[in-house]
Design a protein around this ligand. Sequence first.
Ligand code: URA
Ligand code: SF4
Length: 221
Amino acid sequence: MTERPERQPERPGAERWVPDEAGLGELRAAAPDCRGCELWRDATQVVFSRGRPGARLMLVGEQPGDREDVEGEPFVGPAGRVLAQALDAAGIAGERVYLTNAVKHFRFERRGKRRIHEKPAVGHITACRPWLVAEFEAVDPAVVVALGATAARAVLGHPAKVGETRGRVLPPESGTAGLPAPTVVTVHPSSLLRIEDRDEREAALAAFVDDLRLAADAAGP
Ligand code: URA
Ligand code: SF4
């Protein structure tokens, strides 16, 4: 694969579209108007989140995929099915979880009729981060789980390698760029879908379930 230079967003970020000290309902209502970067232009709609204030675990993904973009709901496509399976295996009930993404609009490239997922650039993560911070404040979770490297960057406020940071509870980084809650970094569920070998895939799923369980235990009852 040839590496292209990252195209950075054309706009300054979501800050001015995010209402101050807003509850989740207010944030959700304001998000469709966001023009904090150019990703709103080609996407079908904003994909905000699922879950309610007081959820003990805040799970952060990368960005909506093709299905999510069409339905307007996070994690309703193939990655969402893997995530639901893993949460179930970890014994984590749906109402304990608040589900969102680092970037709220689908970034893709058109190839003929197909829309191919394109990773958000660092600038998109930064542009969209005011939403994530506002959600964090509105939900007030006990533990944050970053699903994959994009989410880890958004949650911690700096780059982190998943392989080096997973499997433990990172302390809250209050006073720095991170969200001020204990954080567990783990893989993105779509990475499991890309593993062809069955045994390898099952081992990767088991490790993902372990990370989720670790986060749930740290969050308490
Ligand atoms: N992948 C994500 O990161 N988020 C979604 O909502 C769906 C797939
Ligand atoms: Fe706003 Fe985020 Fe959408 Fe960009 S991706 S327009 S910052 S909501």
